[in-house]
Design a protein around this ligand. Structure first.
Ligand code: SAH
Ligand code: SF4
Ligand code: F3S
Length: 471
């Protein structure tokens, strides 16, 4: 989970007079939402700034998934309040909003704990920001938006996106009906809901028109996508992928995050079929023990997951796999943790995330029997991360000597060497010298070496590329 700032884009649009600062916590859906909040506020004259002190309007787009993520919002709010007070001393002002999953989970409590907060707005209600801003300006009355109506939100969001660069996120599905016993998402994001196919395709066409070459479809359970088609039928994620692959300029499609139970045969087949569907799949399993998986209410077992991986690799032998793991779930024994390590050894992940279990208020697991001692959980986390890092390094090193198509998306840290950084089909960062004129292009690169977190490569003559699809 990272913290990101909305990129300072179009400073000249609409001759903006007010400055907006958005800080994003949590998952990619929040990154997408932050970008769309800026889109909603643009017609009101707000332009994005990266300097919080300069901002007229500050939004913290928050994450509630683990305790640490949620708690750090309050220390951040304390600092922002000081900045606001300083501004007030010189006749200025600052409006402060809390958006995202903490806003949805805690609502009014946030204002009680930090009265400097003007607006609280949940993930399905941020299209109401202009209205909430007006109300706040008038009175300290209604300033909480916490509706669960994603269809209203997408209808109300401006069609135009001002995204910059060759890669973009596109939310196609929201919410979750799975109710894993440790997880807050079903409560903060609501029930599963899919955007209609036509509206997704329209947004994708627009992105392609702005030079986007790679789109990552987002959803809490993105592979459960079942958006309505114009003929009233439902479209699966596989069908959506085929339709997107037809859009000129859109060369690469990714999607995240998937649940193992929604990995349909058609979607697996599409991975063998569609060059545009990138060979990288984030498929969290959380744990390797059947008993723990049952307590987690994951609705799949260890062997079903391993069999699924085998089928995916049959369709796409070079598939890079990624996952999420929780260690120290209530009652997890040493032996059960060993089963997680064993599963990891069998799968061989290209990259993965491991978390220490964090009890979340209102979730069933928080009240379950024996909670694990933090020292024990830490030790398990350490061992799991060590194994995952080993696998990631091995996967990266195995690319040495291959020629991979790289989509260059940003400049590197060495302008003297005209370095550019891009993405391999497997979502690895690739560093290449003498390439800074190639940003926005997909170019064959010979991989010289692989490290823990990235690859180093050199440009090769055009035409020498492997097809993006494995031979
Ligand atoms: N929808 C996605 C991801 C949800 S949150 C999915 O189902 O995979 C991202 C990750 O955070 C989860 O996969 C899980 O590994 C982790 N997570 C969720 N709740 C947690 C908790 N209470 N403590 C620790 N990690 C948690
Ligand atoms: Fe949370 Fe489970 Fe839903 Fe993922 S599938 S968002 S972990 S409840
Ligand atoms: Fe966090 Fe909400 Fe995403 S809790 S992980 S920001 S869905």
């Amino acid at each position: 989970m990272t913290e990101t700032l909305v990129p300072k884009a179009e400073a000249a649009q609409n001759t903006p007079s007010k400055r907006l600062f958005i800080k994003t916590y949590g998952c990619q859906m929040n990154v997408y939402d932050s970008e769309r909040m800026a889109d909603v506020l643009r017609p009101l004259g707000y332009a994005v700034t990266e300097e919080v002190e300069a901002a007229d309007f500050v939004i913290l787009n928050t994450c509630h998934i683990r305790e640490k993520a949620a708690e750090k919002i309050y220390s951040e709010l304390g600092k922002i309040r000081e900045l606001r007070d300083l501004k007030r001393q010189t006749g200025g002002d600052m409006t402060i909003a809390v958006a995202g999953c903490v806003a949805q989970a805690e609502g009014e409590e946030i204002i009680k704990r930090q009265p400097a907060v003007d607006i609280v707005v949940g993930p399905q209600a941020y299209h109401q920001l202009p209205e909430l801003l007006t109300r706040t300006a008038r009175a300290r009355g209604e300033r909480i938006g916490a509706d669960f109506a994603p269809d209203d939100k997408f209808d109300a969001l401006p069609a135009a996106r001002f995204t910059e660069g060759p890669t973009a996120f596109l939310t196609v599905q929201e919410g979750c009906d799975k109710f894993c016993t440790f997880c807050v998402v079903p409560y903060t994001r609501g029930a599963e809901w899919s955007r209609p196919l036509a509206s997704v395709l329209e947004e994708a066409r627009q992105l392609a028109g702005r030079g986007v070459r790679e789109v990552t479809l987002l959803g809490q359970n993105v592979n459960a996508y079942d958006g309505e088609r114009p003929d009233g039928r439902k479209s699966s994620l596989a069908e959506l992928a085929y339709a997107l692959a037809e859009i000129p300029g859109l060369d690469r499609i990714r999607y995240t995050t998937s649940h193992p139970n929604d990995m349909s045969d058609a979607l697996i087949a599409a991975h063998g079929d569609l060059d545009a569907l990138m060979p990288y799949l984030h498929l969290p399993v959380q744990a390797g023990s059947d008993r723990i998986l049952r307590l987690m209410n994951r609705k799949h077992g260890r062997q079903t997951y391993l069999d699924l991986i085998a089928r995916i690799r049959e369709a796409r032998p070079d598939m890079a796999l990624s996952g999420d793991f929780i260690v120290g779930f209530p009652g997890e024994t040493d032996r059960e943790f060993e089963e997680t390590l064993d599963l990891v050894r069998q799968v061989r992940y290209a990259s993965a995330f491991a978390f220490m279990y964090s009890p979340r208020p209102g979730t069933p697991a928080a009240g379950m029997g024996r909670q694990i001692e933090p020292e024990v959980a830490k030790e398990r986390l350490h061992r799991l991360i060590e194994l995952l890092t080993e696998q990631q390094t091995a996967f990266n090193q195995a690319q040495a000597g291959r020629t991979l198509n790289v989509l260059f998306d940003r400049k590197g840290r060495h302008p003297d060497r005209r370095q550019a950084i891009g993405r391999s089909p497997y979502l690895q960062s690739v560093h290449v010298d003498d390439a800074d004129h190639l940003i926005g292009q997909i170019v064959p690169v010979e991989i010289i070496s692989g490290q823990q977190n990235s690859l180093t490569g050199r440009l090769v003559a055009p035409g020498a590329a492997e097809k993006e699809k494995a031979a």
